[in-house]
Design a protein around this ligand. Sequence first.
Ligand SMILES: [Zn+2]
Ligand SMILES: [Zn+2]
Length: 165
Amino acid sequence: MGRRYYCDYCEKSFIDDLEARKKHLQSSNHIKLRNMHYESCRDPETALKEELLKIPCRRFFQGGCPFEGICRYTHYSPEELCELRQQVEHIQEMRRKQKEEQHQVPSSDSWIDQYREKHMKEDSDAIHIFWKYPENFENRIDLPPSLIKFKTEHFYDDNFEEWGN
Ligand SMILES: [Zn+2]
Ligand SMILES: [Zn+2]
């Protein structure tokens, strides 16, 4: 007969029987501490939403409210609420940016990088030349026209035949 119940909110332990536990969980001190813990762990968005629903606590701002944690009025000053709102806006902005980045198409540079990564990895130094003009052909004059090396000076010859003639 020595099992004890430890309450994390109140940092207090007591003999664990149904009656005692029930009594503790309904005690105003426990509720107060539990609420204060909840309030301190709320994310800013929840806190703002909840605090904006309450009207300011006159007692609290006039020197002290005995209902800290269980007060139905807000203990946030207008300045604190404003700060909270800025925090929320910041969080929402970050979230929006994150979403945008996820939907962004990769830039052309990264496409090129990806292509390179995929296709040039195995032998990045090797340049494949499929066919090279045989050097010993260059000075020969007995070649058929299709095997004569094409030279830039051929472009200056404007004596083109017309199709169909
Ligand atoms: Zn407790
Ligand atoms: Zn209050």
